[in-house]
Write a protein that binds this ligand. Structure first.
Ligand SMILES: O=C(O)CCC(=O)C(=O)O
Length: 309
């Protein structure tokens, strides 16, 4: 299916107050034509069981790999929509992310949920949001934004950085799900997680750059901090805290690495005073209309999961 901007709803629905996704949309009328699609999108509500050990592991290490978070059928259905959209957007403007304006790291398209109602079902999946909430042990989570992240063959390594440096969110309960849309061997640009660094004060607040790579690499090496990378199957997802130091390897393979990332934070978090330009830009883009001290709940930050208890 070709996706065009014509699929953008004419007026952005205001999701800021209510929980979205799921009921009353599911189950829908079984006589509807595209029943297979309906069934898959309804399945996105089904919980993925998180054990208390996994939740404790996430909070101790700052990251965790979960296998089979999305099914083969779901990947088969949503992957071409997401990558097709990115290819289309990449044709019309540059989505290349570079550091110091030099080497291409990856192609990035953010908030793809705004471009297609079908993709929105996937990004808003209650199953993913519930995992985020249970790992962080919070009652509900909102969407910060999504990111399609494509690392082409030859894509350079992504330097060490902490995501929360960019996010003007006054909470440590932030998490990024990094979901493989294809099988990802380590040489295709796998993530690198510096275990436990979400609780460490050793890393100065600096933006991603080749300087951050050099400085943080030295600290990781000197303090013998364990670094973990995973081989993934399509549908597997890693979750890492926004405060965790992480990087990604170069793609030295001949295959394209395709990922959709979704960022969540705890419902009730407030907007922090943007203390540098990067956070100010993020605030304008991902928390539109909000200012310091406001509840972080703009029209772009729907409540994607809230526990009944
Ligand atoms: O996908 C990558 O290469 C890096 C992604 C990353 O570090 C991030 O999304 O924070």
């Amino acid at each position: 299916m070709r996706l065009t901007d014509a699929r953008i709803p004419p007026i952005l629905p205001d999701f800021s107050g209510e929980r979205v996704g799921g009921s009353p949309l599911c189950p829908r009328d079984p006589l509807e034509e595209d029943l297979a699609m309906e069934i898959i999108s309804c399945d996105l509500e089904k919980p993925y069981a998180i054990t208390s050990d996994q939740s404790a592991q996430f909070r101790r290490d700052g990251h965790i790999l979960l296998r089979g978070v999305a099914s083969a059928e779901e990947i088969e259905m949503y992957r071409p929509l997401i990558t097709g959209l990115v290819d289309e957007l990449a044709g019309s403007r540059s989505l290349q992310v570079k550091v110091d304006d030099t080497n291409p790291l990856f192609i990035q398209a953010t908030n793809v949920w705004l471009k297609s109602e079908t993709i929105r079902e996937f990004i808003f999946a209650r199953r993913f949001a519930r995992i985020a909430a249970e790992l962080m042990a919070v009652r509900g989570v909102r969407l910060y934004h999504d990111q399609a992240l494509i690392k082409e063959p030859g894509g350079y390594a992504t330097p060490w950085h902490k995501d929360h440096y960019y996010w003007p969110l006054a909470t440590h309960h932030t998490v990024k799900m990094w979901l493989a849309l294809t099988d990802i061997q380590v040489d295709m640009g796998a993530m690198r997680f510096a275990t436990g660094t979400h609780r460490s004060g050793m890393f100065p607040e600096i933006p991603i750059s080749y300087d951050s790579q050099e400085l943080f690499d030295r600290i990781v090496h000197d303090h013998k901090i364990p670094v973990v990378s995973y081989s993934m199957k399509a549908g597997d997802a890693s979750f890492h805290s926004g405060d965790l130091l992480h990087a990604a390897l170069a793609n030295t393979s001949m295959q394209r690495r395709e990922v959709i990332a979704i960022i969540y934070y705890d419902d009730g978090a407030r907007v922090m005073k943007p203390n540098h330009e990067h956070r100010r830009i993020d605030m304008e883009e991902y928390l539109p209309g909000l200012t310091t001290g406001d509840l972080a709940a703009s029209a772009l930050n729907p409540l994607l999961y809230e526990s009944d208890h």
